[in-house]
Ligand binder design. Sequence first.
Ligand code: HEC
Ligand code: HEC
Length: 237
Amino acid sequence: MSHAIAKWIFWVGTLVSLGLFLALTVDTRGQFAALTHADKLDDHVVAGKRAFQARNCNDCHTILGFGAYYAPDLTRVVARMGEDSIRRRLEHPEVAFADSYRKMPQQHLGQQEIEDIVAYLRWVGNIDNHDWPPQDSPNRWKRSTERVMAGAALSPAAALVQQENCLSCHTLGGSGESKGPRFEWIGARRDAAYIARYLADPEKVAPGAQMPSFESLSQEQREMIGEFIVSLAAQGR
Ligand code: HEC
Ligand code: HEC
């Protein structure tokens, strides 16, 4: 290859890449308002973001991939663990994380501060960031919804979950409500015995927990539900 051709390839390649990069950047910027649901960005969200900064949550956590890697990423934490669980952890981290080897400090947040932070985390969780960070991709749970629902008709435990309305507070495979943690998240961290104990008396296992107890179920039924939830985590992988 001659010197002139090499130069030519260099310039054309560089300029085409630069042009593409600029065009895609401008295109993405044009979509910011829609991708971030800018219309939902109210005063609570802004106050929550300020509190998040003032309390240095980023010293330990990442959000949208930015921050420190000591503690879990919070981008999709509302979908993952639900709003009430977040409230309880912010209010009493020393209780909620008592049996964890990693510690989150008690910062004595005010009630309003907690609500603002939850509003901020909810807003961030709804940003369409093309599945970033990837471990919380909503598509992953969408795929498993179909699988879970296909099996639900056959499984007595799934029928109990439906009968007891667990999904009015929890999500399973992307459907349900995010008051409590997503079932797949629970299944990946707990065993069936823990879940059975929790259903019998949530307050005893997690002081301050908001979930009603399911004493009306038999111990056997509670264990069955526990095994079902644990099996969900394996299916999601
Ligand atoms: C000194 C470090 C530190 C700071 C500062 C900190 N956290 Fe944490 N946080 C942790 C650790 C560690 C965990 C995980 C504990 C465990 O389960 O092992 C955690 C867990 C959480 C969780 C649960 C996430 C999950 O997926 O389990 C939430 C929500 C949370 N923190 C929110 C916050 C918010 C909001 C702030 C700021 C007000 C904050 N944290 C400040 C260390 C910290
Ligand atoms: C009224 C709302 C509500 C209903 C109904 C409900 N839950 Fe919960 N659940 C919660 C909340 C909120 C939490 C989080 C508690 C916390 O961490 O503060 C929770 C936590 C849990 C946990 C413990 C998670 C952990 O890792 O510690 C399990 C297990 C659980 N729920 C299973 C169920 C099952 C199974 C049903 C149906 C039989 C059910 N829940 C019905 C709200 C509810």
